[in-house]
Design a protein around this ligand. Structure first.
Ligand code: AR6
Length: 173
C-alpha cells in the first residue's frame, strides 16, 4: 500500500472513493462536506437522507463511516465519516479519529476499491491539532491489513497542512 500526501481540492480527484469529513446528521455542512455536496449534486443529499437514523437525527455516530455513490463527482463513491470535535485530547479523540480512518478503509476493502483519498478529518472546524491528527491517522493507515486499497491519498487543502502531514509520514514510515 502506498500513502501519498498532496495539496488540492478533494472533489476533483479521480479515485474510487473520497472520504467526507461529515457531521452525525450526514445532511451537509461547511468545509470539505459543503464542497463535496456542491460538487456531487443534489442526489448526494437524497442518498444521505436515505441512510437510516440510529437515533433521532443521527445517521452516523462519531468514529463511524457510511458509503454513498459519488454521483457527479469523478470519484465513484463517497465514504462519509464523522471525526471527533477536539476537546483537549483527553475525551477519546485519538481513538475516535483512528476509528474514522479504520472504518473508511474497511468499507473500501468491502467494496473492493483500489484508491481512496482522505481529507484532514477533524482538522478544520472540529479543531483537532493537525500534528496530532496526522500521527493518529498515519499510524492507523500503516497498520491496515493487506487486501484494502493499494493507493491512499491524503488530500490537504493548503501547502502548510500538507507539510505537517508529510512530516508525520516520514516520522511514521
Ligand atoms: N478539499 C480538501 N480539503 C478541504 C476542502 C476540499 N475541497 N475543503 C476544506 N478542506 P472541515 P472537520 C479541509 O472543517 O474539522 C463541516 O461543516 C480543511 O481546510 O471541513 O472534520 C461538517 O459538516 C481542513 O483542513 O472538517 C462538520 O460539521 C479539513 O478539510 C464539520 O465541518 C477538514 O476541515 C467537520 O469538521
Amino acid at each position: 500500500m502506498s500513502i501519498e500526501v498532496i495539496t488540492g481540492d478533494i472533489t476533483r480527484l479521480d479515485v474510487d472513493a473520497i472520504v467526507n469529513a461529515a457531521n452525525t446528521t450526514l445532511l451537509g455542512g461547511g468545509g470539505v462536506d459543503g464542497a463535496i455536496h456542491r460538487a456531487a449534486g443534489p442526489r448526494l443529499l437524497q442518498a444521505c437522507r436515505a441512510i437510516p437514523e440510529i437515533s433521532p437525527g443521527v445517521r452516523c455516530p462519531t468514529g463511524e463511516a457510511r458509503v454513498t455513490p459519488g454521483f457527479e463527482l469523478p470519484a465513484r463513491y463517497v465514504i462519509h465519516t464523522v471525526g471527533p470535535v477536539w476537546r483537549g485530547g483527553g475525551n477519546g479523540e485519538p481513538a475516535l479519529l483512528a476509528s474514522c480512518y479504520q472504518q473508511s478503509m474497511t468499507l473500501a476493502a468491502e467494496y473492493d476499491l483500489s484508491s481512496i483519498a482522505f481529507p484532514a478529518i477533524s482538522c478544520g472546524v472540529y479543531g483537532y491539532p493537525p500534528e496530532q491528527a496526522s500521527q493518529v491517522a498515519l499510524r492507523t493507515l500503516l497498520d491496515q491489513p493487506e487486501g484494502g486499497p493499494e493507493r491512499v491519498l491524503i488530500c490537504c487543502f493548503s501547502d502548510a497542512m500538507a507539510a505537517i502531514w508529510r512530516g508525520a509520514l516520514s516520522d511514521a514510515d
